[in-house]
Design a protein around this ligand. Structure first.
Ligand code: 13P
Length: 254
């Protein structure tokens, strides 16, 4: 059974003290987790170890980095490698968030390199895809997202693709308060699964967790997460508020 995942992406927010208080609050709720449910906290690099320490002992919570380098090591000032993450016990990294694509010019082939170094050092990618508004307005979103998947992921082996994690985040829904409708989300998630099925077969496509991201809140999470091909969410703004994010966690499919 594929994983249902509530992933918090704090982006570049919160002081260390605020982030520790937020996690303490999140851990106060009884979520009655099932075995296939997971919470990821994608926190800024400097907080990874503190937050990992805070959640240690809770096997449904894991920390996640928000990015990683495309190269293994060397003279790349300011970068953080997957080898370093692995050495710190960090098992997950977001790769290809639209903000990285936009502000740091990360293209599909750079992201393929990031995926490769992640697998090399045992860090599970949470791969983001999604179209900008102008592509959606031309109704060209399916081909756009398919190309993102093909160019960054489709060199992976069947073993690597099994239980893979993808986040579909339409750029026009990020931080805008404008969530994709249930129809829009389900259509794209089913499309992503169909594209994977065509390349890797049904068993692997069924094992992939596809999260929705873009203005997920406590008030819309239940409806979005109940869709057949939506396996949870990647949450920005609402993940900074304990009462919101704990409701979102509780909205995961059982
Ligand atoms: P918001 O939830 O703030 O729209 O952000 C979504 C996102 O970018 C998560 O990675």
């Amino acid at each position: 059974m594929r994983k249902q995942i509530a992933a918090a992406n704090w982006k570049m927010n919160l002081s260390l003290q605020e982030s520790e208080a937020l996690v303490s609050d999140l851990l106060k709720t009884d979520y009655s987790f099932t075995n296939n449910q997971l919470v990821l906290l994608a926190v800024p690099f400097p907080y990874l170890l503190n937050i990992q320490q805070k959640i240690s002992g809770d096997n449904h919570f894991s920390v996640c980095s928000q990015n990683c380098a495309a190269t293994e090591n060397g003279a790349y000032t300011g970068e953080v490698s997957t080898q370093m993450l692995n050495g710190m016990g960090i098992g997950y990294s977001i790769i290809g968030h639209s903000e990285r694509r936009l502000y740091y010019q990360e293209d599909n082939s750079t992201l393929a390199n990031k995926i490769n170094v992640s697998f090399k050092y045992g860090v599970q990618p949470v791969f983001c895809c999604g179209e900008p508004l102008e592509v959606r307005e031309k109704n060209a979103q399916n081909d756009f997202v398919q190309l993102q998947l093909e160019e960054s992921l489709f060199h992976l082996t069947e073993v690597q693709m099994t239980n893979f994690i993808i986040a579909y985040e339409p750029i026009w829904a990020i931080g805008t308060g404008r969530t994709a409708t249930s129809d829009q989300a389900q259509h794209m998630h089913a499309h992503i699964r169909a594209v994977i099925e065509k390349k890797y077969g049904n068993d692997i496509a069924t094992s992939v967790s596809i999260l929705y991201g873009g203005s997920v809140k406590a008030s819309n999470a239940k409806e979005l997460f109940s869709l057949p091909d939506v396996d949870g969410g990647l949450v920005g703004g609402a993940s900074l508020i304990a009462s919101e994010f704990s409701e979102i966690i509780k909205s995961l499919k059982k």
